[in-house]
Write a protein that binds this ligand. Structure first.
Ligand SMILES: [Zn+2]
Length: 346
């Protein structure tokens, strides 16, 4: 209880979180009225949020912001055999059977169960997350972000539509999409350092640590858009959690992505398109609507190339280590294949 700020009303704990909805998702006209953070009155906002601005880290805060600000999509208990909807109590989420998950200081919830991880600290390391943040903050991902946002805009999702980024990493893409398009945004990643960084910077997104390979902690038919951005595949879970008219966006590294860096470090760049194998992997649940390639070339300073390696590459050995040492500023091609799928039989 000491984690509750005096500004946080106890009435919050009595609000059922979309508890009535457990089916495959209502039609648009049946959806409950949206209660987004931005639509709260200043007094309510003060109660729910710490007033932190983007990018600001408030180390004096002793409680997490509300995780379940989302009126549309329930979060489900991940204790084996449970799956009941979670409700937010002050500093934790709890299901009706009494399973409880703490809200972290930065505002995410870790729903990872011991059986859902192979190592103690699964997913991206803190070092990889920081490298990714420096890369993104350096503006090197900006063209790609704009292109993806344009793709999402072309879907004409209604304001307040719910989207999921499965394997969201440090969250800049999803956080930026949420700000630009006023969507209800949910991000899942298995790496605590990534989700922690995401939650600190983008408090209006619901950030969850979970193993998306095993299962997504949301009811069926929750999302209008599911994204997997250079991340893992889980066709069955993506199909289950999408609405029947929902869209799946899968982004893959293109065949010539970073080929200059790979050549410099590995001696030769193997070019490999992942598009057809991905279409095959998804074909039991989805049909491909569109595929396009986003490619741009930038001159990157040495430190940024080292960050790219930290993000994508599992440690250089032997000869490669000497080549990494010798790296200097170079022109680098960055390529993404963007695959848009819809549900089969739609
Ligand atoms: Zn439970």
């Amino acid at each position: 209880m000491s984690r509750i700020s005096k500004g946080e009303s106890s009435t919050r704990s009595s609000i059922p979180i979309n508890a009535a909805r457990h089916d495959a998702g209502p039609r648009d006209d049946e959806r409950p009225p949206l209660r987004r953070a931005q639509s709260l009155s200043p007094a309510e906002r003060g109660r729910f949020f710490s007033g932190r601005r983007e990018g600001e880290i408030d180390s004096t805060r002793t409680y997490g912001p509300p995780v379940l600000t989302s009126p549309r999509v329930d979060l489900l208990c991940t204790v084996r055999g449970c799956g009941d909807p979670l409700q937010q109590l002050a500093g934790s989420l709890e299901c009706p059977r009494g399973h409880s998950f703490d809200v972290s200081r930065s505002g995410y919830v870790n729903l990872l169960q011991p059986q859902d991880r192979r190592s103690k600290n699964p997913g991206d390391s803190q070092e990889a997350v920081l490298a990714r943040r420096r890369f993104v903050d350096g503006g090197y991902d900006r063209e790609f972000q704009s292109e993806i946002i344009r793709d999402i805009e072309s879907l004409s999702l209604k304001e307040g539509s719910a989207i999921l980024d499965a394997g969201c990493g440090e969250g800049t893409l999803l956080g930026t999409i949420q700000k630009r398009l006023s969507l209800e945004a949910h991000g899942v990643d298995i790496a605590v350092p990534a989700i922690d960084a995401a939650a600190r910077r983008y408090p209006d997104v619901q950030w969850i640590v979970a193993n998306a390979d095993r299962g997504l902690p949301y009811p069926s038919g929750s999302f209008d858009l599911v994204m997997s951005i250079t991340s893992r595949r889980n066709p069955a879970e993506f199909a289950r959690t999408l609405t029947p008219t929902g869209t799946l966006l899968v982004v893959l590294p293109g065949d010539d992505d970073l080929h200059e860096v790979r050549e410099a470090v590995q001696g030769a760049a193997v070019t490999r398109s992942r598009v057809s194998s991905t279409v095959v992997a998804y074909e039991s649940h989805f049909e491909l609507e569109n595929v396009r390639t986003i490619r741009h070339t930038r001159t990157l300073p040495r430190n940024t190339i080292l960050d790219l390696l930290a993000m994508t590459y599992r440690g250089a050995r032997g000869k490669e280590r000497a080549r990494v040492e010798a790296l200097s500023e170079m022109e680098v091609t960055m390529t993404r294949d963007v695959l848009r799928f819809r549900m089969l039989g739609r």
